[in-house]
Design a protein around this ligand. Structure first.
Ligand code: C2E
Ligand code: CA
Ligand code: CA
Ligand code: CA
Length: 278
């Protein structure tokens, strides 16, 4: 049995080794990707609850990998965070999202909003402020139309420095949204201490909201809490009419989800803008 265990361990070692070799290869590829401009932004519509108008979009990064095809962020954002490459990834994403947002505004959608995701590592870097300000200046995109999405857990990891970063971002005039709200298992007291504008209700609560009384109760409570703190609410992962009806009845402000559109490349987005309110 001892030999068998040894064999198992050796096999495990080899599997680990393969994983780390693959990881190193992907890291090298990602370095190249940043130079060769292989990152792409897809856009998912943000819809106003009252009239269904598309009022903006969330930018979601993809990597057009030369061999592996289009990679979703779960394949490379954690790696970018661990290797520090996230600084460059985040900068490219911010510049491109602001440029695209400005182009849509110039095409006639004057108040069009763009949301950009900021990872925990990025949020911890003081230089984020310069990057945001440079992306806004280079594009001419109005700060008030940019929302930075920061997960509840990144806000909670160091509330004091989070507060400083958020105040600086607010001074620049950008909006801040708490992403994946409800998944951070945190105390709610930070909501009144941090300058936040928007709560994004995590899709795990939205999924069963039309038939699970407990999820419905949680979503209702989040919306009521947000309203009393003067925060706007966005429900993510809205896929069905039943979910939409419930969320609108509870006076959620905006929706995002496959019901209104999957994330698409910018050239496919304009058709989603038909009937957009300015
Ligand atoms: P997230 O910010 O929570 O983004 C929402 C994710 O849910 C997206 O996955 C989106 O495609 C997906 N989604 C949208 N509507 C629906 C729906 O109706 N049903 C379901 N089941 N899913 C829906 P995606 O694009 O794979 O992004 C995954 C995560 O990667 C994002 O989660 C975000 O945390 C991160 N991410 C994406 N882009 C960036 C970026 O530019 N920078 C950083 N740091 N992170 C990013
Ligand atoms: Ca997000
Ligand atoms: Ca989210
Ligand atoms: Ca998420």
């Amino acid at each position: 049995t001892k030999r068998k265990g040894g064999k198992g361990l050796r096999f495990f070692d080899r599997a680990m080794n393969t994983a780390s070799v693959e990881r190193l290869a992907l890291e090298a590829d990602l370095r190249h990707a940043l130079v060769r401009n292989e990152l792409r932004l897809f856009y998912q519509p943000l819809v106003r609850a009252t009239d269904g108008a598309v009022v903006g979009a969330e930018a979601l990064v993809r990597w057009q990998h030369p061999q592996q095809g289009l990679l979703t962020p779960d394949r490379f954002i954690p790696l970018a965070d661990e290797t520090g490459l996230i600084t460059e990834v985040g900068s490219q994403v911010l510049f491109e999202a602001c440029r695209q947002g400005k182009a849509w505004q110039d095409a006639g959608h004057a108040a069009f909003r763009v949301s950009v995701n900021v990872s925990a590592v990025q949020f911890g870097q003081p230089r984020l402020l310069e990057t945001v300000s440079e992306a806004l200046n280079a594009s001419g995109f109005p700060p008030a139309c940019l929302t930075l999405e920061i997960t509840e857990s990144s806000l909670m990891s160091d509330v004091e420095s989070a507060a400083g970063m958020l105040r600086a971002l607010k001074n620049m005039g950008v909006q801040v949204a708490v992403d994946d709200f409800g998944t951070g298992y945190s105390s709610l007291s930070y909501l009144k201490r941090l300058p936040i504008d928007v709560i994004k209700i995590d899709k795990s609560f939205v999924r069963d909201v039309s038939h699970d009384e407990e999820d419905a109760a949680i979503v209702r409570a989040i919306i009521v809490l947000a309203r009393s703190l003067h925060l706007a609410t966005v429900a993510e992962g809205v896929e069905t009419r039943e979910q939409e009806v419930m969320l609108r009845d509870e006076r959620c402000d905006s929706f995002q989800g496959f019901r209104y559109g999957r994330p698409v490349p910018p050239e496919s987005f304009p058709f989603l803008l038909q009937g957009v309110a300015d």
